[in-house]
Design a protein around this ligand. Structure first.
Ligand SMILES: CC(C)(COP(=O)(O)OP(=O)(O)OC[C@H]1O[C@@H](n2cnc3c(N)ncnc32)[C@H](O)[C@@H]1OP(=O)(O)O)[C@@H](O)C(=O)NCCC(=O)NCCS
Length: 145
């Protein structure tokens, strides 16, 4: 484990050797959700259940921190994730809904000068995971943990 907050990286050790790695980020747009950015098992240790073990450990780690939904995208590893309980879902957009807070209130300098910021920016469009036009060749998958 690299740190106690997201994003974080988890490592899988076998006989003190690092054989697996997993990176997890939060999804700012979606409540109680994380995104698995990568799952890698050392090529010499594949097809022995280590990938599934790493994924389960990552899910356990996320669940302890209140995460309820896990997302990921893949190209070619759909079988592996299906085997581990993931189902295909709509692509998600991680970042659309970020908001910048710009104040329009007067700012006092030396208790006298008032500076007014410009007019407020137009409202951000409503975020909807199904409406975001994401063009991708990857398969998005999700699991409720
Ligand atoms: C995907 C990966 C993490 C799986 O790790 P693993 O230790 O082999 O996983 P497990 O042994 O728990 O499960 C293997 C099962 O997943 C599926 N699977 C794994 N790799 C697969 C592949 N390349 N194509 C299709 N199915 C695959 C198979 O069902 C396989 O079962 P089998 O080996 O009995 O046929 C590993 O192959 C890897 O590191 N790949 C390179 C990095 C990568 O592509 N990561 C995923 C990014 S989305």
């Amino acid at each position: 484990m690299s740190c106690d907050y997201f994003p974080t990286s988890l490592m899988l050790l076998y006989n003190d050797n690092l054989i697996g790695y997993c990176k997890i980020s939060c999804v700012p747009n979606l409540k109680d959700s994380c995104y698995i950015e990568s799952v890698v098992i050392d090529v010499g240790y594949r097809s022995q259940g280590f990938g599934s073990k790493l994924l389960k450990g990552a899910e356990y780690y996320m669940k302890l921190r209140g995460i309820k939904n896990v997302y990921l995208s893949t190209k070619g590893q759909e079988n592996f994730y299906e085997k581990n309980g993931y189902t295909i879902c709509e692509p998600i957009n991680m970042w659309d809904n970020r908001t910048t807070i710009i104040t329009t209130a007067p700012i006092l300098i030396n208790n006298q000068t008032q500076i007014f910021c410009g007019p407020p920016p137009p409202p951000m469009p409503e975020y909807s995971p199904t409406l975001s036009p994401i063009i991708t060749s990857k398969t998005y998958m999700t699991k409720r943990i």
